[in-house]
Design a protein around this ligand. Structure first.
Ligand SMILES: [Zn+2]
Ligand SMILES: [Zn+2]
Length: 327
């Protein structure tokens, strides 16, 4: 197999030939067809997340076909198309796992961060954390759903049922969530970098009723806002934009420091919460709805060997929607 490997934090990935691995008990091997590029991959590469496995093969939006199955695996078959998400393994015995919050597991393993991921021609996964994907939709179109879609879905659920929803940062996650929220009958307000007319046009095309800069106030108070951009300055801005009792959800794994702000922005029962990781149930709930909603992902393809270019373009905001590596 071949992979783009991060050998040292803060450096570029290197094209590397590796021996094919066999799946162990409870594992499957996936022949990778497509792998989405997520902002979290940048955080891994930049060394912004604690205790990564190094060297590491990044990538946690993986779509491919199962080509080897380890002992004791049930419910998956050879040749089946499947997806591998960020949550790669949980302990199943800690209080969080026992309480239905496996996204907060005390001993988790994350794909492309603490176990090798999908910037490769093949990858091994714990079979219990693999989602069958069926045959509808292309590999490339499905890839961004495995993280941008799933984390987006979880953040939307946590945002509550409010009709007027703000989305801060209109990248891979928001472009999926806008479609889901629209389908649910909500009104979407999209906030982009001030002056980013292209992103605002993109947001309106995907159903946003209003799109403007993050420094602007929406035309009416929001019931909830979700922040996908990794910019802490957005937190007080979003609190200012939500109504009394409204909720602001931070959906990123990493964010720059949040500046201090007057207490009156939080007063009147406004809530500020974060969303971490996903549960397998989130995945099942969301992937079941995708065909019904008719989610269309906007993707930019790169050959696997051009992963560094894809990461650089993501960092610079050079494409709409999501980047996907194809092998
Ligand atoms: Zn991700
Ligand atoms: Zn656990």
């Amino acid at each position: 197999m071949q992979a783009m490997v991060l050998k040292k934090l803060g450096t570029t990935l290197e094209w590397t030939d590796l021996a094919d691995r066999q799946p162990g008990p409870g594992e499957i091997r996936l022949r990778v067809a497509a792998c989405g590029v997520c902002r979290t991959d940048l955080h891994v590469v930049d060394g912004e997340l604690p205790d990564p496995k190094v060297p590491i093969i990044p990538g946690h939006e993986i779509v491919g076909r199962i080509d080897a199955i380890g002992a004791g695996v049930e419910g998956l078959s050879l040749g089946e198309r499947a997806g591998i998400p960020w949550l790669g393994h949980t302990c199943r015995v800690c209080p969080y796992c026992m309480g239905g919050q496996e996204n907060l597991c005390d001993q988790p393993v994350f794909t492309g961060y603490t176990r090798d991921g999908g910037f490769a021609t093949a990858t091994i996964a714990d079979a219990r954390y693999v989602f069958p994907l069926g045959e509808a939709g292309s590999d490339v179109a499905l890839a961004p759903l495995l993280c941008a879609g799933l984390i987006g879905w979880r953040s939307l659920v946590i945002a509550g049922d409010g009709k007027r929803l703000g989305l801060y940062g209109f990248g891979a996650a928001a472009h999926v969530v806008a479609q889901v929220a629209k389908w649910q009958g909500r009104t979407v307000f999209a906030f982009t970098r001030p002056g980013d007319v292209a992103a605002q046009t993109f947001a309106r095309r995907l159903g946003a009723t209003w799109a403007g800069g993050s420094d602007e106030m929406p035309p009416e108070p929001l019931d909830a806002a979700i922040i996908y951009a990794t910019v802490g300055d957005l937190v007080p801005l979003a609190l200012k934009a939500v109504r009394k009792g409204g909720r602001v959800v931070c959906a990123g794994i990493h964010m720059s420091d949040i500046p201090s702000f007057p207490y009156r922005l939080l007063w009147e029962e406004r809530q500020l919460v974060s969303v971490a990781n996903l549960t397998r149930q989130d995945g099942l709930d969301f992937l079941r709805l995708v065909p019904e909603i008719g989610v269309v992902t906007k993707t930019t393809r790169y050959p696997l060997s051009h992963a560094n270019q894809a990461l650089a373009d993501l960092r610079a905001g050079r494409f709409e929607g999501a980047a996907v590596l194809v092998s």
